[in-house]
Design a protein around this ligand. Structure first.
Ligand code: SAH
Length: 457
């Protein structure tokens, strides 16, 4: 039997939102067919128009809201662009409701996997906006003028913006300064259609405890025209800028930076602190974007690790060593592994900077290094993992558990791979102890970060 959608494109329908997807879209069901609707909350009855009717699910746009959820906050008209740009897709929910949404997302994934594991309330921020310490802003021509902003969701149409709402206000200000200088010196924005033009993106990084700022130009051209004029203009208007870098990316790709970054002014890095340790951060290294919440996240990871001062710790996916160094203060020896070699160089430098000599860093894929350590007979007491969204490689789980650590602390940015990996650990004798603790690293967005403790049976 051929299954087809019970609705057609442009059809108007009415119904009550039943649920939210992991992306924060409202779910409106026609018979059992789900339509996903932006800016619609559970319990709200709406009138909507179908914008896409696929075989198994579709999308609709809200035309009229007949009832309003108590979890809704009114979004000012000028802020609606933030939702269009995908910067703050949950901005129409109260912050309290966002925190509950994140907790429930993990709970429902656990329930689907038939796992009876508790999830604590999401640890939120006091001021859940202007928290990001990094921006990579596209530069494009819009109506004949060079503009900075954000892409309209699921497109490459630039929406010009000046107030990004979730970024450190100093970053917003810097982007305006740089945009105006680019206009003044007539630098051509990149054009994706024919890969012409010069400036693709502006990157800005801002310290939280430090005042340091790094500005980066990502260009389609090999050289940066008017480099000296730009440097002069930036340093005159933004005296806290400690580093200006130039990165060339002349490939037709969505990856923002190319492989090589050159410092054209000041230092190669900026400095910031986390849990009392100092960190040098270079342009290409991963660094957590929400420093206030990162300190809470790491503290929970340290508490769950229950370290004693002789313990051997592995920190897999260690980035520039932020978790490794935080743990090194409480442990015997710490071994970090990370695939980006620049980040490993930063990590080594950071260990020295903080006079910690009980830490070693290796540049390698975590899954390869873990099996190497296992073959070498290493016996860690605690393994910390903080993988990207795709979660852990099964071979890493195999070699990690073969080394028989007492505890595994899993820092996750994707609950669905976390739940999958919890099951893989269970097959090898490791079970979750205590509740999973979500920590809100990304207010106004549906991203969910959490910490889980697993122990050997
Ligand atoms: N723990 C660090 C970094 C976490 S982000 C922090 O809190 O800052 C995940 C890190 O994993 C990134 O630095 C990324 O470069 C790295 N990574 C991605 N795939 C990897 C792999 N296969 N092996 C090792 N590291 C990897």
């Amino acid at each position: 039997m051929k299954i087809s959608a019970p609705v057609t494109k442009n059809q108007t329908i009415e119904g009550t939102i039943e649920d939210l997807t992991y992306e924060g879209l409202g779910v409106l069901k026609v018979d059992r067919y789900p339509l996903f609707v932006a800016d619609a909350l559970p319990g709200e009855t709406i009138k909507a128009v179908v914008t896409k009717a696929g075989k198994n699910f579709g999308y609709a746009r809200c035309l009229e809201r007949e009832t309003t959820s108590p979890d809704r906050v009114e979004v000012k008209k000028e802020d609606r662009r933030l939702a269009q740009a995908g910067i703050a897709p949950l901005q129409h929910m109260t912050y309290a409701a966002q925190l509950v949404f994140k907790q429930h997302q993990i709970e429902s994934l656990l329930a689907k996997a038939k796992l009876d594991i508790e999830v604590s309330e999401t640890l939120g921020m006091e001021k859940p906006y202007q928290y990001r310490n990094k921006a990579q802003i596209p530069v494009r021509l819009v109506n004949g003028q060079l503009e900075t902003g954000f892409y309209r969701q699921h497109s490459h149409d630039l929406v010009p913006l000046e107030d990004y709402y979730i970024q450190d206000a100093r970053i917003d200000q810097a982007i305006i300064v740089v945009r105006d200088l680019l206009r003044e010196y007539g630098l051509a924005p990149y054009n994706e259609a024919d890969q012409s033009g010069i400036i693709r993106n502006i990157m800005v990084r801002q310290g939280y405890y430090s005042d340091d700022m790094m500005i980066g130009f990502i260009t389609n051209s090999k050289t940066l025209p008017h480099a000296q004029d730009l440097i002069k203009g930036i340093t005159a208007q933004l005296p806290h800028v400690k580093s200006i870098v130039h990165n060339v990316n002349n490939r037709a790709t969505n990856v923002i930076m190319g492989p090589v970054t050159k410092t054209i002014y000041g230092e190669d890095v900026i400095f910031d602190k986390l849990l009392g340790n100092q960190f040098a951060i270079s342009a290409q290294s991963f660094y957590q974007v929400n420093p206030q919440q990162t300190e809470k996240l790491y503290q929970i990871a340290i508490d769950k690790a229950q370290l004693s001062d002789r313990d051997v710790v592995i920190d897999a996916y260690c980035g520039i060593g932020t978790i490794s160094l935080a743990m090194a203060r409480h442990a015997g020896d710490v071994f970090g592994v990370e695939v980006v070699s620049d980040a490993v160089a930063d990590a080594k430098r950071n260990a020295k900077l903080n006079h910690l000599d009980n830490v070693e860093f290796v540049a390698n894929k975590a899954e390869y290094q873990m099996s190497k350590w296992q073959e070498m007979g290493m016996k860690p007491d605690v393994i910390v993992v903080d993988p990207p969204r795709k979660g852990l490689d099964e071979t890493l789980i195999e070699s990690a558990t073969q080394m028989a650590p007492k505890r595994v602390v899993y820092v996750s940015c994707n609950p669905s791979t976390l739940v999958r990996d919890i099951q893989r650990f269970a097959e090898r004798g490791y079970h979750v102890v205590g509740p999973i603790q979500p920590v809100d690293q990304f207010p106004q967005t549906p991203h969910i970060e959490s910490v889980t403790l697993l122990e050997r049976d």
